[in-house]
Design a protein around this ligand. Structure first.
Ligand code: SF4
Length: 468
């Protein structure tokens, strides 16, 4: 996909202006997910589960070399062909080989953010392969030619009338067709694709090092069909997706489902252990591509590495009041919302993604939702700090912050300014006369300054307390 993370502020403003329906669709869907997550966390000792998950992830990340070698060994013992890809180039080379060797004309794909990173669809299409996204939401956005708007619900920005219009134009269904009827049409198209595709492509939620098992979670059954019906299955797995032991799945599968959709477990969980054995049904050839694409560099970054604990559940997106306004498209890269704001600068470089860490109120809701306790606000501040150090902050902001620091550093200046500001009619005057502050004041009710500043009240309380 074309990276446009640098344009985030403009793109977000444009979307809010031109497509206000997106805000309603995304808010509705994310609040629904969020309510379900809160209920599902409430059924368990969520703090203990999350802490355990954090520890396991930290352990695997701090011993990644060991677990990667173990996973490779076990995968090979299971008859899986293992490949290493530093980035898209190696991944594309492998796909070219598979397509040529098996005469692939059609491929079915399970939803995978990593394949978005690697540009798998454009590569296959350039080779003349017909690619079908088989997750219903992914299929919709593929028909529209759009990137995903959410990690778990790629089409949550679309309203029902928009989907009805899309199917009407594509398949001639009535404009008021019920969602079930639309799903039936998609199912017909995709069933045909599953039965005729030579190649199935997936990601993986987890790769167990101890057994070389790929674990994939889903609710539609499309991943199971994509990975079992075609002759060849290629799975792209980020190197951070490892779990040490098979028993760790007993924690991560239900915890991730609870965080993502509020389910106790995903409807389908597939544990893939290699190609079909004699007498079994399944792919003749299974490839696992272990992908770095910037992850090793992130792991070596003492301020940013914790982001690699991410299990891509999307809970932080659902909890984020900023993401909820626009959905994922304005973020301009594969990952959006709070996880995008801390992962994209690491994967793309700060130069490309420096506005994203500012797409947050620092309210901390993302951190509370995260099943692996990634300290997202801390990471956001670290990236913001770096952006300033690297001269990527706007000049006006630098000037304003310097002035603010001076005022806050001098009690006399602070008193003078707070007295002066209390006399100003806020925020209307600021809105009208200082356009730079509009982004802060627009949409807020009028401020009612306290008649006396806090430090005066505080001194009084202290005197009264001591006097008493
Ligand atoms: S950062 Fe946490 S909440 Fe957000 S997608 Fe990753 S694991 Fe889920």
């Amino acid at each position: 996909m074309r990276v446009k993370a640098k344009l985030y502020p403009k793109e977000a403003a444009r979307l809010l202006q031109e497509k206000p329906s997106v805000r309603a669709s995304v808010t509705g869907a994310t609040l629904h997910f969020e309510r379900n997550r809160l209920r599902a966390y409430g059924e368990i000792d969520a703090e203990a589960w999350r802490e355990r998950a954090r520890r396991i992830k930290d352990h695997v990340l701090t011993h990644l070399d060991h677990y990667l070698e173990l996973a490779e060994k076990r995968l090979r013992e299971n008859g899986v062909q293992v490949h290493w890809a530093e980035g898209p180039e190696e991944a594309h080379r492998l796909l070219r080989e598979v397509v040529a060797r098996h005469g692939v004309k059609r491929a079915v794909k399970a939803k995978s953010m990593l394949t978005e990173e690697l540009g798998v669809n454009p590569l296959l299409e350039s080779l003349g392969v017909e690619v079908y996204e088989t997750d219903l939401g992914e299929y919709l956005i593929q028909l529209l030619g759009e990137p995903p708007s959410h990690i778990v619900g790629p089409a949550i920005h679309l309203s029902l009338p928009e989907i009805q219009r899309l199917f009407h134009d594509r398949f001639g269904t009535p404009l008021d067709a019920a969602p079930e009827a639309l799903a039936q049409v998609a199912r017909g198209v995709l069933r045909e694709a599953f039965l005729t595709a030579e190649l199935g492509i997936s990601g993986a939620n987890f790769l167990v090092a101890e057994t070389g098992t790929l674990a994939v979670m889903e609710n539609e059954g499309n991943i199971r069909l994509s990975t079992s019906l075609p002759r060849v299955h290629v799975a792209f797995v980020g190197i951070e997706k490892l779990l040490p032991r098979f028993q760790d799945l007993a924690l991560f599968l239900p915890l991730t489902a609870r965080a993502a959709t509020g389910q106790r477990l995903a409807t389908f969980v597939s544990l893939i252990q290699g190609s079909a054995q004699p007498g079994e049904e399944g792919p003749e050839e299974v490839h696992v591509v272990l992908v770095d694409h910037g992850r090793t560099a992130l792991l070596a970054d003492p301020e940013a590495w914790e982001v690699l604990r991410c299990v891509r559940c999307g809970a932080c997106l659902n909890a984020c009041p900023v993401y909820r306004q626009t959905g994922g498209h304005p973020y301009g890269y594969v990952y959006s919302g709070p996880i995008g704001a801390v992962l994209d600068p690491g994967l793309l470089g700060l130069e490309e993604a420096h506005p994203l860490p500012h797409a947050s109120t620092l309210c901390g809701a993302c951190q509370e939702a995260c099943p692996v306790k990634i300290p997202i606000p801390k990471l956001l501040l670290a990236w913001r700090h770096r952006a300033v150090e690297q001269g990527l902050a706007p000049t006006w902001e630098k000037g304003a912050m310097r002035a603010f620091a001076q005022v806050m550093g001098s009690p006399a200046l602070y008193r003078l300014f707070s007295k002066a500001l209390r006399g100003l009619p806020l925020p209307q005057a600021l809105q009208d006369h200082l356009p730079l502050l509009r982004a802060w004041t627009e949409g807020r009710g009028p401020l009612k300054p306290s008649p006396r500043p806090f430090h005066e009240l505080w001194r009084e309380i202290k005197e009264e307390t001591h006097g008493g």
